[in-house]
Design a protein around this ligand. Structure first.
Ligand SMILES: CCCCCCCC/C=C\CCCCCCCC(=O)SCCNC(=O)CCNC(=O)[C@H](O)C(C)(C)COP(=O)(O)OP(=O)(O)OC[C@H]1O[C@@H](n2cnc3c(N)ncnc32)[C@H](O)[C@@H]1OP(=O)(O)O
Length: 162
């Protein structure tokens, strides 16, 4: 498991300019949504596309809610984490203060979905963000809006083992 000190050391490396189309780094190796070393995770991979971040994702049996359908919490996890990749573009860490998810249609396990997220407005520390998810060329199956608040690095010290 990556220690907090290792994460802090990687801070500057992660918050740098990324070329259009570049794959963005996971928040850390065990992040529930994007960490490659989390066996329960979604292993989300995300690219910068202009001012947006994009992902292609398939939910599997580990994230089942009703049979054959992704759990709503799993869908929210992925959308929330996708917002976390916008922070690489805005240049500073922030955390979710409020998240609202609209579930338009069931998200089917084993189906490929495309996700896109963007910042719609900033006001001081506040980032207002939106994301949508659909099959290629299809209608939106889930839409999320959120308020993220910029925090400084001491915020993450709260997770240090006591
Ligand atoms: C150490 C290194 C680590 C490096 C790792 C690698 C890179 C990682 C990069 C980035 C990491 C993020 C990865 C993303 C992962 C996905 C996202 C998550 O899962 S995040 C986890 C879930 N979220 C929380 O755990 C937050 C818990 N909440 C808090 O800690 C506090 O509430 C906090 C810090 C967010 C805010 O607390 P306050 O006391 O500073 O501020 P207040 O009182 O809430 O208000 C600030 C402003 O916001 C407005 N506000 C609050 N709620 C609002 C609402 N619902 N609508 C509109 N405005 C609202 C308020 O009215 C106020 O506005 P006015 O400044 O007065 O203008």
């Amino acid at each position: 498991m990556t220690s907090l000190d290792e994460l802090l050391a990687s801070w500057n490396e992660k918050f740098r300019a990324y070329e259009d189309g570049a794959r963005l780094p996971p928040h850390h190796d065990h992040c529930l949504a994007c960490g490659p070393d989390n066996p329960h995770g979604h292993h989300l991979t995300v690219q910068r596309r202009g001012d947006e971040v994009h992902a292609v994702h398939v939910f599997d049996e580990r994230h089942v809610g009703a049979p054959g359908i992704a759990h709503g919490g799993a869908v929210a996890t992925v959308l929330d984490d996708l917002f976390g990749f916008l922070l690489y573009l805005t240049g500073s860490p922030a955390v979710t203060r409020k998240l609202e998810v609209r579930y338009d249609s069931p998200v089917i396990l084993g189906t490929t979905y495309e996700l896109a997220a963007r910042v719609v407005r900033t006001e001081g520390r506040k980032l207002f963000v939106e994301a949508d998810m659909s099959e290629t060329g299809g209608p939106t199956v889930a839409f999320a809006s959120a308020l993220f608040l910029r925090v400084d690095v001491t915020h993450f010290d709260q997770g240090r083992p006591r």
